[in-house]
Write a protein that binds this ligand. Structure first.
Ligand code: OAD
Length: 257
């Protein structure tokens, strides 16, 4: 793998690695992507079924869609790849911070033991009250009559805590400053079709894109310093290993000075 990590600029005594993941990270666990060959958006229009307007105009359709998506059977295989990401973060924690922001709404990271992964687009495990804006654990199916445990609102107020098209993703108040501080940004399994995540790379220095294929046209972003293609179960582990080697050797060097 031809990655010259030796050229990483580390200004801080405690480096930060920023990982942005997308549907490609969960794909090999059997969860379909959005824009791939059998992707969810091949036959559905997100504006009609997963947008703020659709929720206002046809809440029953949005509820039915998100319920059926969140009720998908559990992943066909366990999550070795995601476990590796988790292990990477754990093994580096003595001298490096790893921030993992995912666009995925599944709970594969949590199942692999990484409760601190941040869900930019929310998650299927929690509900959000449209009236009081509180979030709380999801109970059962989404129905018109579900009642918010905080303010008592009903009538489609208790909705899935997933960010719909037209709504603001979470974490935008702190993400930019972490991106600027990061010595490496890794984009894993995301098409770069959805903003603002697609623009995170603009705030970074060294940026690695790990994806099944190279994006072309509008989605191609020249800011990536490295493009690594192939299934991330094969491409991600050697990148993590090489990065761990580089960061740990620099840490040892610093300690010995
Ligand atoms: P996409 O479906 O747009 O992109 C998934 C990317 O993963 C594609 O570029 C695939 O080539 C790549 N991919 C597929 N299998 C892979 C594998 N085994 N290894 C590596 N890469 C693989 O999904 P996202 O970019 O995550 O929004 O989509 C972003 C957002 O659009 C989602 O969070 C969702 C969706 O509408 C909301 O839910 C708000």
């Amino acid at each position: 793998m031809n990655i010259d990590f030796g050229r990483l600029i580390i200004n801080d005594s405690r480096p930060l690695v920023f990982i942005l993941s997308g549907a490609g990270l969960s794909a090999e666990s059997g969860i379909p992507t959005f824009r791939g060959k059998d992707g969810l958006w091949k036959n559905l229009y997100p504006s009609e079924i997963a947008s703020d307007t659709a929720l206002k105009e046809r809440p029953e359709d949005v509820f039915e869609f998100t319920t059926s998506e969140s009720e998908r059977p559990p992943p066909v295989c366990q999550t070795p790849l995601i476990l590796q990401l988790h292990n990477f973060s754990s093994r580096l924690k003595n001298y490096c911070d790893v921030v993992h922001v995912t666009q995925n709404v599944d709970n594969l990271n949590e199942l692999a033991g990484s409760p601190s992964v941040f869900h930019l687009h929310g998650d299927f495990q929690s509900s959000l009250c449209s009236r009081c804006k509180n979030t709380f654990p999801r109970l059962g199916l989404y129905k018109k009559d579900n009642v918010c445990p905080v303010c008592g609102a009903s009538d489609y107020s208790v909705r899935p805590n997933v960010v719909l098209f037209g709504e603001m993703p979470y974490g935008l108040d702190w993400i930019t400053s972490y991106l600027k501080k990061a010595c490496v940004f890794m984009s894993v399994g995301t098409s770069g079709a959805v903003y603002p995540a697609a623009n995170f790379v603009l705030d970074t220095e060294a940026a690695i894109r790990i994806n099944f294929d190279i994006e072309t046209g509008k989605r191609k972003n020249a800011r990536f310093t490295h493009e690594i293609t192939g299934p991330c179960s094969q491409t991600l582990p050697p990148v993590l290993e090489a990065l761990k080697e580089e960061l740990s050797s620099r840490f040892e060097d610093q300690k010995n000075k």
